[in-house]
Design a protein around this ligand. Structure first.
Ligand code: 5AD
Ligand code: SF4
Length: 440
């Protein structure tokens, strides 16, 4: 038998790309590939790319350039580009970087084995279609391979919201939800393989409307189905849009024990003028009222957000409204970005804010968000939380895991095993993690 071929995948961007990379590795496993951690001994290199902000695509091109030497030494080496840059740039990638053999968009990953075979025969292959067939069904998981305690599971893909700054509706396509029974089967399989916590993924996950036995189900209904899966201890979901935050989902945060008290709910900006120009179809006030309702259902919930500063026509006063909104909400974690022009999106045509001004706003926003993050983390001291242990820590006898609120927690002299969910009292708060002790 010939030695297995080696596959090196580098993943950029969001959690859906992490999930997709796992699935691509599993599907190429059927073609005799095993994963390697280094491009140097790979027979195939795949870059799973992100197109959400401009630097990401540039990074991909410079990364590709670095493989020139490797390809010269090993002419059979195949180089592929997957993900949203592949979708957006298509053939342009092969024009700009001729050492690329294969370009595959996110909706065509189930065709990867065929594409690999063609590339192996010396062809240049490109697939950026939006095919009708269900790629998730065709991307069957390899059964029984052991997994760590946490996993992602894509339940919904694509977006119909068309925020004026965003490429997702173009690169990932229209919103599609996976049927309930397929999600359940995949969740059960993950649990059999050792997974205890599942994060349901979707660009607009709370718009989920997958087919169930008696018609479409909402995300909350799907969560209640998953709640019945024995051995599954925790459920999370990301990313949500404020306009799709349905009553039954808010209610689930109050009543479903497996659903964790953490919600990523991007607002992007605090000025109604800017929100309107962003095509967000919510206002600062409607967002704040929504947060109030969510906190009424689950008072301890940790709120996370995304922000863009320097969106076209954002004035100092508009930016101040973002700071005011942040002050009102108190975010436990947040991701903030300087607006970056994405060709083909409506905002790309508009007058840009002075980059130095945008830098300054980003600095001020991040200072506030970091302060809040610190405050929320420090407020955990003295509290009892659940911790799902994941692995041994750096010190002997130490174990690390994540709290219900997604904070990293380490415990000294800890007899918990990876995959065990235990009660922990938080005793101190460090730079990026909490320290705790087991209860009982
Ligand atoms: N410029 C800056 N940030 C962006 N995001 C999406 N598109 C852009 C852009 N063109 C941010 C949004 C989104 C997160 C995933 O990335 O905040 O919620
Ligand atoms: Fe992009 Fe807006 Fe859709 Fe989020 S909701 S993926 S920001 S278009």
């Amino acid at each position: 038998m010939s030695a297995p071929k080696k596959l090196y995948i580098k993943t950029y961007g969001c959690q859906m790309n992490v999930y997709d990379s796992e699935r691509m590795a599993e599907s190429l496993g059927g073609q005799g590939y095993v994963e390697t951690q280094s491009p140097d001994d790979a027979d195939m290199i795949l870059l799973n790319t992100c197109h959400i902000r401009e630097k990401a695509a540039e990074k991909v091109y410079s990364e590709l350039g670095r493989f020139k030497g490797l390809k010269a030494q090993k002419p059979d080496l195949k180089i592929g580009v997957a993900g949203c840059v592949a979708q957006a740039e298509g053939e342009e990638i092969m024009r700009r970087q001729p050492l690329v053999d294969l370009v595959v968009g996110p909706q065509s990953y189930h065709r990867l084995p065929e594409m690999e075979a063609k590339a192996g025969a010396g062809a240049k292959v490109l697939d950026t279609d939006f095919p009708e067939e269900d790629k998730f069904e065709k991307l069957a998981r390899r059964p029984k391979a052991k997994r760590g305690p946490t996993a992602f599971l894509t339940v919904q893909e694509g977006c119909d919201k068309f925020c004026a700054f965003c490429v997702v509706p173009y690169t990932r396509g229209a919103e599609v939800s996976r049927p309930v029974d397929r999600v359940l089967r995949e969740a059960e399989d993950l649990v059999e393989r050792g997974v205890r916590e599942i994060t349901l993924l979707g660009q607009n996950v709370n718009a989920y409307h997958g087919a169930g036995p008696d018609g479409d189900m909402t995300l909350a209904q799907l969560i209640w189905e998953l709640d019945k899966v024995e051995g599954l201890e925790r459920i999370r979901f990301t990313t949500s849009h404020p306009n799709d935050m349905m009553d039954d989902l808010i209610e689930a945060h109050a009543t479903c024990k497996k659903l964790m008290p953490y919600l990523h709910l991007p607002v992007q900006a605090g000025s109604d003028k800017i929100l309107k120009r962003m095509n967000r179809s919510h206002t600062a006030d409607s967002y704040l009222r929504l947060i109030e309702r969510i906190r009424a259902a689950r008072p301890d919930i940790l709120i996370s957000g995304d922000f863009i500063v320097g969106f076209p026509e954002e004035t100092e006063e508009d930016f101040q409204a973002t700071l005011d909104l942040v002050e009102e909400v108190t975010y436990g974690t947040a991701y903030s970005f300087k607006y970056s022009t994405r060709p083909g999106t409506p905002a790309a045509e508009r007058a840009q804010v002075d980059p130095a001004e945008a830098d300054d706003r980003l600095r001020r926003l991040q200072a506030l968000l970091t302060r809040q993050q610190r405050q929320v983390q420090d407020s955990m001291v003295g509290r009892e939380v659940g911790v799902l242990f994941e692995k041994a820590g750096r010190l002997p006898g130490q174990m690390v895991g994540k709290s219900d609120y997604l904070h990293a927690v380490h415990v000294a002299d800890c007899d918990a095993q990876p995959g065990e969910l235990r009660r922990v009292r938080i005793v101190s708060s460090g730079t990026n993690s909490l320290a705790g002790e087991l209860i009982g």
